[in-house]
Design a protein around this ligand. Structure first.
Ligand SMILES: Nc1nc2c(ncn2[C@@H]2O[C@H](COP(=O)(O)OP(=O)(O)OP(=O)(O)O)[C@@H](O)[C@H]2O)c(=O)[nH]1
Ligand SMILES: [Mg+2]
Length: 195
């Protein structure tokens, strides 16, 4: 049974608003509209926990969700989202940079990519950043329900080569069919108990 205790903790823009309880955190990253918020909802089996939308730019702040009183999942805005202006664009970047460079609770990254497409330059940079800062990274290829079985192997290969990771480490996922949920939990559990 996939039951998890989930608590929305807070939305934060600045460092001063980050939760202070010292719980370890896993942050999401990926292009706008790729399915980050849906990934969280699917993982904890809640329909409308994190805000999901048809148009890009639904998530605008850092949203902290506490799971099973054990760790936090942090939903973030997608990069590549065309913001309403230069000022907002800079503020977005600063919010993310601050979190990634200063957050001591940050333990792991869920890098969400679209199973149908080659990862972007931003995706590559994100994975490289995590690698050089020793942040454990899970590569999740979502929207797997949207590709044909015959495309599966080729797409995995492209994603693996672009992100410079092994094909086997990529987790095929779908928020429509819940494919991959068990695999993600297994990997999470392993990391949480290796503390
Ligand atoms: N078919 C399919 N659609 C998905 C899947 N995951 C997300 N979607 C759809 O993709 C759209 C965007 O999903 P979100 O979860 O809001 O994406 P996001 O990455 O959080 O977007 P931002 O908050 O704007 O950065 C929504 O219409 C979802 O229903 C999936 O696995 N399969
Ligand atoms: Mg979102």
């Amino acid at each position: 049974m996939n039951y998890h205790d989930v608590e929305f903790v807070t939305s934060a823009k600045e460092k001063s608003a980050w939760p202070k309880e010292g719980c370890i955190e896993f942050v999401l990253a990926g292009r706008s509209n790729v399915g980050k918020s849906s990934f969280i909802n699917t993982l904890v089996n809640r329909k409308n926990l994190a805000y999901v939308g048809k148009t890009p730019g639904k998530t605008r702040l850092l949203n902290f969700f506490k799971i099973d009183n054990r760790f936090m999942l942090v939903d973030v805005p997608g990069y590549g989202y065309a913001t309403r202006g230069q000022k907002e664009f800079i503020a977005f970047g600063q919010m993310m940079d601050e979190y990634f460079s200063l957050r001591e609770e940050l333990k792991g990254l869920f890098m969400i990519v679209d199973f149908r497409h080659k990862p972007t330059k931003d995706d590559v940079e994100m994975v490289e950043y995590a690698r050089s800062n020793h942040i454990a990274t899970f590569i999740v290829a979502t929207k797997a329900d949207k590709i044909k079985n015959s495309q599966w192997h080729t797409n995995l290969k492209v994603i693996a080569e672009t992100l410079n990771v092994s094909k086997d480490s990529i987790i095929p996922f779908s928020s429509v069919t819940s494919l991959g949920v068990d695999v993600v939990w297994k990997k999470l559990e392993k990391l949480l108990t290796s503390e």
